[in-house]
Design a protein around this ligand. Structure first.
Ligand SMILES: Cc1cc2nc3c(=O)[nH]c(=O)nc-3n(C[C@H](O)[C@H](O)[C@H](O)COP(=O)(O)O)c2cc1C
Length: 446
């Protein structure tokens, strides 16, 4: 079988471009509209995407002045989307810093059962002090500590999903025996961050575990991915950087005793599509013209740890910015943004324009053929197993991608033309159903 692309639709209210909500076509209430998300999910399914994905954090991001803020809780929304779709995988973001393993493992097992094996979890450690202050902390826990807690969180969640063997339920009405107690395995976990005694109160889901996705690119993030992640979302600006990241992560996965094929790397791309190159560039300019730069300057100052008024719109970034080691928030994104500005000698205004489209993800403006060419190049040159498709404007950007880019990818043999028989999300990503650690006697996922 020739290698096929994995496509994930990263859905975000009116689109990934921060000014998308201001276009005449956009619904400023889309972020709380179930109809909007049902429409997007069905479009992605028409494009035979592997999965769709919702980002999240337990805090109100940005200011409500800037763009539509707040979002429906992902697991709740995906449960509704599970009933409106048939094939597409449903990936929810949830934080290991501000949840407890028992409650969260139960929610993902529930979504997996309700969706017929289509649940995925984007495991995040949640950067930023705003979220910390919503959970009784004064400051965000240190980066390394967040990842240490995440690793223990995963170990507990895996034990909980394995706390029922697949054939625990016998439902023997004649004998009056519903289940086999010998097949229940309470975690009895006592660790640094968690103690969890009993078995989960929901059976093992169709996939065993939801698809485990991760998106941190720092040293700690990559170590975590190599051990636990089955798909990795990443922001990469250049083909060379993406190739380095891809090779590094695959090597680390092998070194962790896992099959590198069982970790799929999906860089993000923000495709700005026009029927001609000029039309695509005009669309990109139209979006940039709607950016309110004052909002962007303040956000950039916060990201760079600068006080208000430190950045001038038409100057380059100042010298003497902190190194990644000094950043406790999202380390790799910080470095990506500073390197992008320095490499291309961007002014603050230009940098805000570039980030406004995709917050550091690759933005590509062109015809459907050019977008397909970029995707194919990265896919065939060892930079990606697939892509996180991040339309700048929704729903129109996803419609255009599915109507005009998907047929080209199919014609080139890079993408399935139909789903075929029903499959779990793991099967779509070419991953095995994990064995129960209590039966194999080896740690989960290895
Ligand atoms: C495509 C993508 C989606 C992400 N979604 C979320 C999210 O929903 N919530 C969140 O807190 N962080 C999200 N992140 C951020 C990562 O989880 C991580 O914090 C960030 O990439 C920095 O990681 P690092 O500190 O290991 O470098 C996302 C990152 C990427 C690349």
């Amino acid at each position: 079988m020739p290698r096929k692309l994995h496509l994930n639709a990263f859905l975000m209210n009116t689109g990934h471009h921060e000014a998308s909500w201001r276009l005449p076509e956009s619904d400023p209430y889309a972020h709380v509209s179930l109809e909007h998300y049902v429409r997007l999910a069905r479009t992605a399914e028409r494009g035979t995407f592997d999965s769709l994905f919702l980002a999240d954090g337990p805090q109100l991001w940005n200011t409500v002045a800037q763009r539509p803020a707040g979002a429906l809780e992902p697991l709740t929304l995906l449960t509704a989307l599970a009933t409106a779709t048939e094939h597409i995988g449903l990936i929810a973001t949830a934080s290991t810093s501000y949840n407890s393993p028992y409650n969260l493992a139960r929610k993902f097992a529930s979504l997996d059962i309700i969706s017929g094996g289509r649940a995925g979890w984007n495991v995040v450690t949640t950067a930023g002090a705003e979220a910390a202050r919503n959970f009784g902390l004064d400051a965000e826990p240190a980066h390394a500590e967040r990842y240490a807690r995440a690793a223990e969180f995963l170990d507990v969640a895996l034990k909980l999903w394995d706390s029922w063997e697949d054939d625990t339920i016998v439902a023997d009405k004649a004998a009056g025996v519903w289940g086999d107690d010998a097949k229940i395995h309470p975690p009895r976990h006592q660790g640094t961050y968690f103690s969890v005694e009993g078995a989960l109160n929901v059976p093992r889901g169709p996939q065993g575990y939801p698809l485990l996705v991760q998106a941190g690119s720092s040293e700690d993030g990559k170590r975590f991915a190599a051990r636990y992640a089955e798909a990795v979302f990443t922001a990469q600006q250049t083909l060379a950087d993406a190739q380095d990241f891809y090779a590094d992560l695959k090597a680390r996965t092998a070194a962790a005793g896992r099959d590198p094929e069982h970790l799929k790397v999906l860089p993000g791309i923000v495709p700005v599509i026009g029927s001609t190159e000029a039309e695509a560039l005009a669309r990109e300019r139209q979006l940039e013209d709607h950016i309110v730069h004052e909002h962007g300057v303040r956000r950039l100052e916060e990201l760079l740890r600068l006080g208000p008024g430190s950045l001038a719109l038409d100057a380059e970034l100042p010298d003497g910015l902190p190194s990644e080691d000094a950043i406790e928030g999202a380390k790799s994104r910080y470095t990506l943004i500073v390197e992008l500005a320095r490499r291309e000698r961007l002014t603050v205004r230009q940098l805000i324009g570039r980030l406004g489209g995709g917050r550091g993800h690759l933005t590509f403006a062109g015809t459907p053929e050019q977008v397909a060419d970029t995707i194919e190049r990265w896919f065939s040159l060892g930079a990606a197993d697939g892509f996180n498709i991040m339309p700048p404007v929704l729903p129109s950007g996803l419609d255009t991608f599915v109507d005009h880019v998907v047929p080209i990818l199919r014609a080139r043999g890079l993408l399935r033309t139909e789903y075929g028989p029903r499959q779990t999300l793991r099967e779509r990503y070419g991953l095995p159903r994990p064995a129960n650690q209590h039966l194999t006697g080896v740690p989960a996922l290895v």
